[in-house]
Design a protein around this ligand. Structure first.
Ligand SMILES: *[C@@H]1O[C@H](CO)[C@@H](O)[C@H](O)[C@H]1NC(C)=O
Ligand SMILES: *[C@@H]1O[C@H](CO)[C@@H](O)[C@H](O)[C@H]1NC(C)=O
Ligand SMILES: *[C@@H]1O[C@H](CO)[C@@H](O)[C@H](O)[C@H]1NC(C)=O
Length: 830
């Protein structure tokens, strides 16, 4: 009983956050909308549509602009007559989008019809609303419910708009929430809205619509029977979203506290196309260094240099792989970032070099709160140059965070950004080395002891901005500065940066994780839809703390989390200061063995992960994907978020329930697709669910038929040793004995790949011969790699019962691959 009470206390947050109904700007829009309507007048149709949008009640007039963009995308902007409303376009967008001319199809007193590509756009003048039509169906409706609102009072500058997806039967998106993949309805009936307002919400509850650390206004109306389309609500202010999803399409209502009305529409027609359309606008995650895909070991905090070096040594002693060891806030002198506590860390350079000598990297935390202490060089310099966020009266804002009273850098000032980034240069960050990468935390920003644990909205930023205009972008701007600084520090290597707060476009600068989760089964399960949703919103490099940050983790849960987390893009174990130490080597042998084997599954597949990250940079496709990404017409997969795809060839379906003796797993793809459990050779036919028996050693994942996957089976201490490894190839054919797979390799760390210094091959197997050809004839990398073993696995045809053993051919061979220009054939039939 006592234990249960402690657990409950840990889970109950000591603070509360607002709902829409508690904030007048939002509740007014949510409930008082009778009689609202707008009329579009003075329409001009050139390459874009422009006009005056007039509020029928107040006669206030706004400027409307509607443009078509390349790639079945549209942009609607509504501004004040003096263009004074803030838009995040220079930050969220990856450069100015390429416009595409619109063609006038017809016009009348009621309706203008324009076209772009395969899409027609109906612009209704009064009441103003828009329909996007594709394949003779209305796929998106804008302002059909007349909820467009633009408030112009001194105290209320809010904007709102309704957007519907009439042919959708699920809604995905608007991270970050601790919610399922398929978003639940907030209406009708007044459940609280989804909120986007970055806050430091430690031990957050699961299955809620409350705000967490990130805010990305991308929403997909997913359809298993028709066209999937989407939207991006580009606004830096606090935003609430209502979603109605009662079977007859998906309706949404976006309400933002301030800002211009900036809406992008994606005409799909698939979820994959929508995600590519969104990442075409906001950018992709650049290929990270190879080591970042290994396992990361973190703790709040490793308190001393000796502690750090001991953890690394114990990982080696116990044969656990690890690529990075992390320093939380206690490495610094009194939480003054860019300094060291030399009592605890007497030789930081020696430590970083010792870790490097074992083939590992380090990451140190660096938060945006700057201790308000004269003599602290960061504080002094920022104060002198006027780089801090200000109170309404112009004085420097001070709030409490880890170091006590602190001020906060105003990253909206370009000079402050540049200066801050340069703090990461080796000459400015004493005793740092190039082996130290960075973690920006607490950047919502977190401010202790105040309402909602963050800055008040009336603080002022550079350029006349109020904090409330850009609240959700604060962490984004910090990571933008940090990445620029890391690139200056070492222009030859790809930076690694992790953030907690994030916004649309953050993927261009940083990886993210889901913040201070809890060591509970609910949190293990919710981590998956959180990661899938972030992935669909561009944040390709994402993860959740393995083990759960807050609270002691039970042994069974911990093992299961290592097994599941091996399939997160970002794989890090982390734990709170008050928890019992939980490094894997501290466990009894049987548990160690299971954690080791879970981590090994990760390391075996890193060549595959790395190829996916390269392909993400090319296409925008996420690394991890919900099943509906590749099986869009299968209604059964729409809400599945306890299993997921890594690329298109591997499906993870780990154990996520306490005491489980089986896992119900759905195999997509219909009866022409087969899924292979490589651990035991069982094959499952697609289009059905199976009860898969499991024990504590089980970490179920499946290769899809028709795939070729290159793995590294060597037991390594870190990915550094992968440089010398040969590859083991798995060819799992389809029923016609065909298989294909891509493989990417470069120097694992530099930007030379941007000059085409890499190998990018496609392997094809036709039942007899394996061919390999370069997917980019211009790419070249002077390196050989060896495939030491090729396993050809063919499902037995015809299938009689499930599970069945595939025919299993192992061919011992040693093929050295180098630069392949023409197609190379290897006969495997002998
Ligand atoms: C520095 O580390 C020592 C040793 O762990 C500790 O006692 C001390 O409180 C730390 N100093 C600061 C300012 O955190
Ligand atoms: C700024 O906002 C804070 C928090 O809401 C409030 O306490 C304060 O009075 C405001 N200051 C001004 C000058 O409006
Ligand atoms: C495999 O290669 C051999 C030798 O080049 C060729 O004779 C044979 O037709 C090929 N098989 C298939 C299925 O293409």
């Amino acid at each position: 009983m006592f234990v249960i009470l402690i657990a409950a206390a840990l889970l109950a947050p000591a603070y509360s956050f607002y709902t829409c109904d508690e904030l007048s700007f939002c509740s007014n829009i949510r409930y008082n909308f009778d009689g609202l309507s707008f009329t579009l007048t003075n329409i001009q149709i050139g390459d874009a549509v422009t006009g005056d949008l007039v509020n029928d009640q107040t006669a206030e007039s706004f400027q409307l602009k509607f443009v078509a963009l390349e790639g079945d995308t549209f942009r609607l902007t509504v501004q004040d007559s003096d263009n004074s409303r803030y838009t995040p376009e220079n930050d969220a967008l990856n450069g100015a989008p390429t416009e595409q001319p619109l063609t006038l199809v017809s016009s009348s007193d009621e309706l203008y019809v324009v076209s772009a590509g395969d899409n027609l756009v109906n612009l209704y003048l009064s009441p103003f609303h828009i329909e996007i039509v594709r394949d003779d169906q209305v796929i998106i409706e804008v302002n059909k419910a007349n909820r467009l609102t633009i408030n112009t009072g001194d105290d209320d500058q809010s904007v709102a708009l309704d957007i519907s997806f009439p042919v959708a039967n699920a809604a995905y998106g608007i991270p970050l929430h601790a919610e399922g993949l398929s978003l639940s309805s907030t209406g009708p009936g007044g459940l609280s809205s989804y909120r986007m307002f970055n806050v430091d919400y430690g031990s957050y509850p699961t299955n809620t619509r409350e705000s967490l650390y990130g805010a990305i206004g991308v929403l997909y109306g997913v359809s298993s029977f028709s066209i999937t389309s989407g939207l991006f609500w580009m606004n830096g202010a606090q935003t609430f979203i209502d979603i109605t999803n009662e079977g007859d399409g998906v309706d949404s209502l976006f309400i933002s506290e301030t800002g211009a009305l900036e809406l992008f529409l994606f005409a799909g027609p698939t979820l994959q196309e929508c995600v590519r359309q969104y990442t075409a606008l906001t950018g992709v995650t650049a290929l990270p260094q190879y080591f970042t895909l290994g396992y990361h070991q973190c703790r709040y905090s490793y308190m001393t240099q000796e502690d750090v070096e001991t953890v690394v040594a114990e990982f080696d002693n116990h044969n656990f792989p690890m690529d990075v060891i992390w320093l939380d806030i206690d490495y610094s002198d009194g939480y003054k970032y860019f300094t060291w506590n030399y009592t605890a860390f007497p030789d930081p350079v020696g430590m970083q070099n010792n870790v490097l000598a074992t083939g590992r990297k380090m990451v140190a935390i660096s938060d945006p709160h700057i201790k308000a202490e004269e003599g602290y060089f960061v504080y002094d310099q920022a104060l002198e140059q006027d780089f801090f966020v200000k109170n309404p009266d112009g004085s420097v804002f001070e709030g409490v965070c880890w170091p006590g009273l602190s001020s906060y850098i105003d990253y909206f000032n370009p000079a402050a950004q540049e200066w801050y980034g340069e703090l990461y240069l080796l000459e400015n960050f004493p005793d740092s080395t190039l082996n130290l990468y960075i973690w920006n935390d607490m950047n919502e920003p977190s401010v202790f002891e105040v309402d909602e644990l963050t800055m008040p909205g009336n603080l002022s930023h550079y350029g006349g901005l109020q904090h409330k205009d850009i609240h959700n972008m604060y962490g984004f701007k910090q990571t933008q500065a940090t990445r620029a600084g890391l690139l200056k520090r070492d222009p030859t290597k790809r930076p690694f940066l992790l953030t907690r707060a994030h916004f649309a476009g953050s993927q261009r600068y940083t990886a993210m994780w889901t913040g201070d989760n809890v060591a509970s089964w609910e949190h293990l399960r919710i981590s998956i839809p959180m990661i899938l949703t972030e992935s669909l919103a561009g944040m390709a490099f994402c993860g959740a703390d393995v083990g759960g940050f807050v609270g002691n983790v039970e042994d069974e849960l911990h093992q299961r989390w290592y097994q599941a987390g091996a399939w997160y893009p970002f794989y890090r174990g982390h734990s709170d200061a008050s928890t019992v130490r939980r490094e894997p080597y501290l466990y009894p042998d049987d548990i160690q063995a299971r954690i080791r084997s879970a981590m090994r599954v990760r390391y075996v597949h890193i060549p595959y992960w790395y190829t996916l990250f390269f392909e993400h940079e090319l296409t925008g496709d996420p690394i991890v994907r919900p099943l509906s990404y590749h099986y869009p017409q299968d209604e059964a997969v729409l809400a599945i978020d306890e299993q997921w795809l890594i690329g298109s060839s591997i499906m993870a379906a780990p154990v996520l329930y306490e005491g489980a003796s089986s896992v119900t797993t759905y195999f997509p793809g219909g009866d022409n697709e087969y899924w292979l459990d490589i651990a035991n050779g069982n094959v499952y036919i697609g289009g059905a669910s199976y009860e898969i028996p499991v024990d504590m050693d089980s970490q179920p994942y499946y290769y899809k038929s028709g795939s070729i996957i290159l793995t590294i089976q060597d037991e390594v201490r870190s990915t550094e040793e992968h440089r010398d490894s040969s590859y083991v190839m798995y060819i799992f054919t389809d029923a016609d004995l065909q298989a294909t797979g891509n493989f990417y390799l470069d120097d694992l760390e530099s930007f030379d790949y941007r000059n085409q210094v890499y190998l990018y091959y496609q392997f094809n197997y036709d039942g007899e011969n394996l061919s390999v050809e370069s997917l980019n004839g211009d790419a070249d990398y002077d390196r050989e790699f060896t495939i030491s073993e090729i396993n050809i696995l063919t499902p037995a045809v015809p299938f009689s019962e499930i599970p069945i053993k595939p025919t299993h051919t192992v061919i011992d061979m040693n093929i050295a691959f180098g630069k392949i220009k023409a197609k190379t054939m290897i006969n495997l039939s002998s």
